[in-house]
Design a protein around this ligand. Structure first.
Ligand SMILES: Nc1ncnc2c1ncn2[C@@H]1O[C@H](COP(=O)(O)OP(=O)(O)OP(=O)(O)O)[C@@H](O)[C@H]1O
Ligand SMILES: [Mg+2]
Length: 461
């Protein structure tokens, strides 16, 4: 269905941002007032004004404590996250712990100390991109497809959407960066099935995805990466250790022998480092790397194509490609003894939905607490807690009786929704995992008091 208003594709990078629109039957990369196609992801504050992009970056040396960059490395993370702690040691601006363990960025602005969340800084950058585009097109921009690293977790995706919403953008879709890059000009997929490894190494993240491209279906087989390993963090030893390890993991996860990979595409500014070009080539036994893709704009290009398709543009040049992406992490709920019951496995295609039936082990309790986690470990304590909610009015059945159907749904953006229904009464509760409100509120309470725990009953799809 056509979407009202102008839609854009945005690559919201750790170091640089880039926007595209579908115009004159092709992707057009937006240029700023000076003709630049990429905008540095910088925001600076001083006594009189807020500066963005190049203007912010160029006064960095003189105003380092109030020049903010790398906000994508903070978005959706907790202050105590080791990646945040490690980044902070390199940053000249202050980051402190705020409510709910959120990292808060401090800056002096117009004579006052101001506190910003990473979402707010990213929203300022998105707003700048929106304004530049509106000036370029001479019309209002309403909707966006925004790229995120494939290895972004649920909290990071939610926080990116939150930033877009603060910036006044309606997010039609979050698209994984390597998946978007697979849509870029220059990757020829017509005629025969082709396995393509996209290697996206920008300023803040390394993301690798293996896709099978077949005329109208782009299927992500597996994807992996590291959101705390950007071009600014690496030395040669790390390149060998991490990239080869991640390439091997992806081939293993997708059960694809190395010699079945037909093409390796490098995107992202850090892939200009010669060692980063020789390493994947050597790993794939001297394979020549695909040079037809613009490494700086491939992600924007793919996001813009997706934006055009989702906003209902019809064009013979815009072939409707079905993108089958994957869940970056396994998703599940906690069962007795802190066990993780996995509903959706890592690298499962999304959107997807799965229902499992549980009984409640404490048969006299009228409430059951449903706790949701992401991660690959068998015990929930080792995984990432996403949220929890309570289902009231559970009837006192004998322990071990099938009682509650829990459904986990992941949409095309990777957003997680969990619902639980009490079979006998039909009572239902449904929540979208939200990191700002709702779900987390219960986490401060003492657990184990007054709530039953889910106990696995049997598998039922
Ligand atoms: N010629 C070059 N040689 C080495 N490194 C380069 C070169 N050009 C750019 N880079 C590095 O590329 C990085 C920026 O790349 P890019 O703009 O693709 O990142 P990004 O998209 O903002 O980040 P991410 O995708 O990780 O969020 C920086 O770390 C920069 O130092
Ligand atoms: Mg990038």
């Amino acid at each position: 269905m056509p979407v009202a208003g102008q839609t854009v594709g945005i690559d919201l990078g750790t170091t640089n941002c880039c926007v595209g629109v579908w115009r004159n039957n092709r992707v057009e990369i937006i240029t700023d007032y000076h003709g630049r196609r990429a905008i540095p992801s910088y925001v600076a504050f001083n006594e009189t004004e807020r500066l963005m992009g190049d203007a912010a970056m160029s006064q960095n040396a003189a105003n380092a404590r109030n020049t903010i960059f790398g906000a994508k490395r903070l978005i959706g993370r907790k202050f105590t996250d080791p990646a945040v702690q490690s980044n902070m040691t390199h940053w000249p601006f202050d980051v402190v712990s705020g409510p709910c363990d959120n990292p808060i960025i401090k800056a002096h602005y117009k004579g006052e100390e101001r506190h910003f969340q990473a979402e707010e800084i990213c929203a300022m950058i998105l707003m700048e991109m929106k304004e530049i585009t509106e000036a370029y097109l001479e019309k209002e921009v309403k909707n966006a497809v925004i790229s995120v690293p494939a290895c972004f977790n649920d909290a990071q995706r939610q926080a990116t959407k939150c930033a877009a919403s603060i910036a006044g953008l309606n997010v039609l879709r979050l698209i994984n960066e390597p998946t978007a890059a697979a849509n870029a000009n220059g990757i020829d997929h017509r005629g025969c099935e082709k396995n393509v490894l996209i290697f996206d190494w920008g300023g803040g993240c390394l993301d690798i995805s293996l896709l099978t491209l077949d005329d109208e279906i782009y299927e992500v087989k597996a994807s992996a990466g590291d959101t705390s390993l950007g071009g600014e963090d690496i030395d040669n030893r790390m390149v060998d250790y991490f990239c080869i390890g991640i390439c091997e993991q992806i081939l293993r996860d997708s059960k694809m022998p190395k010699d079945q990979v037909h093409e390796v595409v490098l995107v992202g500014g850090s892939t200009r480092i010669p060692k980063l070009q020789s390493m994947p080539s050597a790993f794939f036994d001297g394979m020549e790397l695909c040079k037809r893709v613009n490494p700086n704009e491939a992600v924007t290009f793919g996001a813009t194509v997706k934006a055009a398709l989702l906003s209902g543009v019809k064009s013979e040049k815009l072939s409707e490609i079905l993108l089958l992406d994957v869940a970056p992490f396994s998703l599940g709920v906690e069962s007795i003894g802190g066990r993780m019951i996995t509903f959706i496995r890592q690298n499962n295609h999304i959107p997807c939905k799965k229902t499992l039936t549980f009984s409640v082990c404490k048969d006299i309790l009228p409430s059951v607490l449903i706790r949701i986690f992401e991660g690959e470990h068998s015990m929930t304590k080792d995984n990432n807690f996403l949220g929890e909610f309570r289902l009231d009015g559970v009837l006192p059945l004998a322990s071990g009786q099938p009682q509650i159907d829990v459904t986990v749904y992941v949409d095309a953006d990777g957003t997680v929704t969990v619902s639980a229904i009490e079979r006998s009464t039909g009572k239902e509760k449904k929540v979208t995992v939200s990191h700002d409100k709702g779900l987390r509120l219960l986490s401060g309470r003492k657990r184990g008091h007054g709530y039953g725990t889910l106990e696995m009953y049997k598998l039922s799809d």
